[in-house]
Design a protein around this ligand. Structure first.
Ligand code: S3P
Length: 462
């Protein structure tokens, strides 16, 4: 059987100082969270949904294939332009084969909720990283709608027997997780009656926003730091155009690179600025970063703007745990920024980082230590102490099938004294196809290249 997983081909890369400033304007790929949801909700709507700006990364392509296998017509019309002819809620069919969600936790968890509410049989699996990640956080609450999930140990592969007649759900999400919240809401979408989900800390609200955009009735009440969401089940979702903003989590990499490489000025256009995703930008400003938003506007129902980062001398920061949900994917690259800042940084309350594509807390510490930056984990906090000088670099970073560890390490290499290598950058394809070429374009030369002796393919050398 052919191996469709990214890990089949290793791609070691190395990043070194470009020897000049990074400069230019660019657009990064579409938002991953919004892209998954656009395909899924398009498949549940009646009519044809036009999606523009879709992220064509490996994770989202897995969702496109899965929705096709579940009966929706999913067609690529042009670059980032996709059309989905939906089946209506309750209209998904049992797929012929196992659904392989690759590296994508969002695809797997949202689908477990969606399938749990549908009267279908399906088996979900994923790559070695995804098969290690906890799924009971979704299958336990979704079971209450009448679905049955079978697995060895609460991890993929999981067989789903969806509910014949889904019951509404009422659930308080115990950890800050937009994926769990969304899975419960998606199961509730198929039920007769109102489902109610409470989250003690607000997490990204793309599911709520997009369900409304497709015509569902969603009520949201702010309670302290959290929210209570009520969803009327079995609405008629009607196809609606989706404009996917540029992913702030991807924009983070070239922006942090510009902050660290002397003399740089980089603008990323059309970045999604949903307040529940902007914790990194707030934190970088607290560190003294020159980070400016221009051309702020609303596109496709989400706030967007052009973000300009200019080289800045950074100081250490203490990031409160309450901010973690709004920047949960950005800690590895923030850690790289802190490795060039003056003083002792502390990022608080990071237990959720242990269950990402890798154990990101351990992987981030290892990334820093391999490059001469003292860093420790104290409880659930990450601590980094530096003197404002460039990090030593020179390390080989193990990426553990984690795209964000790979990109963070390469950003570090652009600004450290010696180059930084990664053992495998293949997983960057999950969220940011073209990352290395794009950074090289900003540098005006090949700052990121295949690691010596491993491959001779140049990476987007301008
Ligand atoms: C996501 C939620 C977050 C985030 C992930 C995308 C989403 O995961 O880390 O990259 O699209 O809902 P958790 O729900 O596990 O926090």
């Amino acid at each position: 059987m052919p191996d469709h997983h990214l890990h089949a081909v290793r791609a070691p890369l190395v990043a070194g100082a470009p020897g000049r400033a990074l400069s230019g304007r660019l657009r990064v790929p579409g938002d991953k969270s919004v892209s998954h949801r656009a395909l899924m909700f398009g498949a549940l709507a009646v009519g044809t949904t036009e999606i523009t700006g879709l992220l064509e990364g490996e994770d989202v392509l897995r969702t496109a294939s899965a929705m096709r296998a579940l009966g929706a017509e999913v067609e690529r019309v042009g670059e980032g332009h996709w059309r989905v002819a939906g089946r209506g809620i309750g209209g998904l069919v049992s797929p012929d084969d196992v659904l392989d969600m690759g590296n994508s936790g969002t695809a797997a968890r949202l689908l477990l909720g969606l399938l749990g509410g549908h009267h279908v049989f399906a088996v979900l699996t994923g790559d070695a990283s995804l098969r290690r990640r906890p799924m009971r956080r979704v299958t336990d609450p979704v079971s209450a709608c009448g679905a049955r999930f079978t697995s060895r140990a609460g991890t993929l592969p999981i067989a789903v027997e969806g509910a014949a007649d889904a019951l509404p759900l009422e659930y308080r999400v115990p950890m800050p997780s937009a994926q769990v919240k969304s899975a419960v809401l998606l199961a509730g979408l198929c039920a007769r009656g109102t489902s109610r989900v409470e989250e003690p800390e607000a997490t990204r609200d793309h599911t709520e926003n997009m369900l409304r955009h497709f015509g569902a009735t969603v009520r949201v009440e702010v309670v302290g730091n959290g929210r209570v969401i009520e969803l009327e089940g079995q609405p008629e979702l009607v196809a609606a155009p989706v404009v996917v903003p540029a992913d702030p989590s991807s924009a983070a990499f070239p922006l942090v690179a510009a902050l660290l490489v002397p003399g740089s000025e980089v603008t990323v256009e059309g970045v999604g600025l949903n307040p529940l995703r902007c914790g990194l930008f707030e934190t970088l400003r607290e560190m003294g970063a020159s980070l400016e938003v221009t051309n702020a506007r609303v596109e496709g129902g989400e706030p967007v703007g052009d973000l300009t980062a200019r080289y800045s001398e950074l100081r250490a920061v203490d990031v409160p745990a309450a901010r973690a949900p709004s920047m949960i994917d950005e800690y590895p690259v923030l850690a790289v920024a802190a490795a060039f800042a003056r003083g002792r940084s502390r990022f608080r309350g990071l237990s959720e980082l242990r269950v990402k594509e890798s154990d990101r807390l351990a992987a981030t510490v290892a990334l820093l230590q391999a490059n001469g930056v003292a860093s420790t984990v104290e409880g659930d906090d990450l601590v980094i102490a530096r003197n404002g000088a460039p990090a030593a670099g020179g390390g080989m970073v193990e990426t553990h099938m984690d795209h964000r560890i790979a990109m963070s390490a390469l950003v570090m290499g652009l600004a450290s004294e010696r180059p930084v290598a990664v053992d495998d950058a293949a997983f960057i394809e999950t969220s940011f196809p073209g990352f290395a070429a794009l950074v090289n374009g900003l540098a005006g030369r090949a700052a990121i290249t295949p690691a010596a002796g491993v491959s001779s393919d140049p990476v987007g050398v301008p």
